[in-house]
Design a protein around this ligand. Sequence first.
Ligand SMILES: [Zn+2]
Length: 169
Amino acid sequence: MSERIFISSIGQDSHRFCSSDCKEGRVLTLGGLPFPDLPPLEGNSDADVILHAICNAISGLTGKQVLGKRADALCEQGITDSRAYLDLALQDLAEDERDFSLHHLSISVEAARPKFAPLKEKIISSLAGLLPLKEKAITLDATSGEGLTACGRGEGISVLCILSASCLA
Ligand SMILES: [Zn+2]
């Protein structure tokens, strides 16, 4: 019988807020949820910076990139909902011979705006609906990092996450 090992993968992404001329029709989307009352982020897709960081973390487990070529191809077909990119990443994970199980997702946001405290529960609950993880296995914290970076000064949102998993050795 093969031994199972525990591994973690890091995922990262950043997007800048729309300038006043790109706001038209764009909606801030975080963790698959729209927040129409908050300033939107710029991007070819819906710019869901949290889902993009998670996609990158899953790619770090499978070794198969989703954001970039494959997501861009979907984007060109008009599929801009980042949940479609996450589905691709989860499909890669499910098809991997190493039999992955996800155990925990830790998300760290760097942003001066919006305030994440009132959004946190909604985002976690949305993510638990999109990922094979229970709500209690997902944590989200936000900091402005004393305004030392552009995101910490309110120019965009930066997300770092660590995905913990197990798989066959
Ligand atoms: Zn992105």
